[in-house]
Design a protein around this ligand. Structure first.
Ligand code: ZN
Ligand code: ZN
Length: 348
């Protein structure tokens, strides 16, 4: 529920597409949603007339000519709304300017932070079911692909195969650009796949997610073609221990910072604190990165129904990196790891 009184607004203009989808069901690529305590109106263009009428619970206004903002302002003027909230982290500047110029003098624009994103942090049973499905599709695509990886296959070819498989299994698309990194390139946490080939006695990192029925999944697994050295085995063990320890701390009431702190503490005891260069995880749902962020000292308290990733990693330049990532559902007394794929270093 949007707290209009608390926010001191009469209406909220929602411009972020994932937020529009969350509130109205509309999945198109062009829309603006005007929400009041009594009603919702979606503004979109004629390409989406049929689709919006099929998808939306709210009223739909098709705007044949001119910017959607002007049609929204027309409705604001007629309803005599005074205080109009807008998504300050999401509305583009040009759009803001159009609104500002068209609004009657008596009305004002009020920046509202990520209120819808906060509502979205707690998933409904229906959303959890969709994420669960997305996670399973992702794991199935991974497991049916990786066994056939042989030395000489390029990162790009592996990424293409993984994305093809997930779509054959029911995903609409990949949740993000699939990360496949071979050898020393595994030290780049967000490596983009290249023509680099997987070679014998080197690490291979795969970070992939599916988007199914609009909902994301996210998983990272490590593979090794050949026999890993002692250094790689112990580094792998350290990251896995950090990941398991962090998962162990997850439950309703714990802060995001505490979970991050646990992963950091384990890696520090292994001498890998400086090699862990990102946060421990993030929320996911209609978007791949959503609040909460599981960063250092983040005060957000986890609540039952949040879906987050737990993904500590360690990266050494010119050597390689290791990350292990699961999608996890926060529950009252702990959590449920939704990802079913084995976390052992996969030897090929
Ligand atoms: Zn990931
Ligand atoms: Zn992630």
């Amino acid at each position: 529920m949007i707290q209009f009184a608390e926010l001191k607004i009469d209406a909220l203009l929602v411009s972020a597409l994932p937020n529009i989808r969350y509130l109205s069901g509309f999945t198109g690529s062009h829309g603006l949603l005007l929400v009041t305590p009594e009603s919702q109106t979606l503004f979109t263009d004629p390409r989406y007339t049929i689709q919006a009428s099929q998808e939306c619970s709210s009223k739909v206004k098709t705007v044949a000519k001119g910017p959607l903002e002007l049609a929204a302002v027309e409705m604001i003027r007629r309803a005599r709304f005074k205080r109009i909230g807008f998504e300050s982290t999401r509305l583009i500047y040009d759009s803001y300017q159009r609104l500002k110029q068209a609004l009657p003098l008596a009305a004002s624009l009020k920046p509202i932070g990520p209120v819808i994103e906060k509502l979205r942090m707690i998933k409904s049973p229906e959303e959890i079911a969709r994420i669960r499905r997305s996670v399973l599709t992702n794991s199935e695509a991974f497991e049916s692909t990786v066994r056939s990886i042989r030395p000489g296959v390029s990162e790009m070819a592996i990424a293409a195969e993984l994305e093809f498989k997930m779509r054959r299994l029911g995903a609409e698309k990949a949740a993000f650009e699939t990360i496949v990194a071979a050898g020393p390139r595994t030290a780049l946490p967000h490596a983009q796949p290249t023509q680099q080939k997987a070679t014998v006695n080197e690490l291979l990192l795969i970070d992939m997610g599916s988007c199914q029925n609009g909902y994301m999944s996210d998983m990272t697994r490590m593979l090794f073609l050949g026999r890993p050295s002692q250094k790689i085995r112990s580094m792998y063990r350290a990251v896995l221990n950090a990941q398991l320890a962090a998962i162990d701390t997850v439950r309703a009431g714990v802060t995001a910072g505490q979970v991050d702190g646990k992963a950091r503490q384990v890696l520090e005891s292994e001498g890998l604190a400086k090699q862990f260069v990102h946060s421990t995880g993030h929320g996911l749902g209609l978007e791949i990165h959503e609040p909460p962020r599981l960063g250092k000292k983040d005060p957000t308290r986890l609540e039952a129904g949040m879906v987050i990733t737990i993904e500590p990693g360690a990266y050494i330049r010119d050597f390689g990196g290791i990350r292990i990532e699961d999608t996890v559902l926060v529950t009252k007394n702990g959590c449920e790891v939704l990802t079913t794929t084995s976390k052992e270093l996969m030897l090929l």
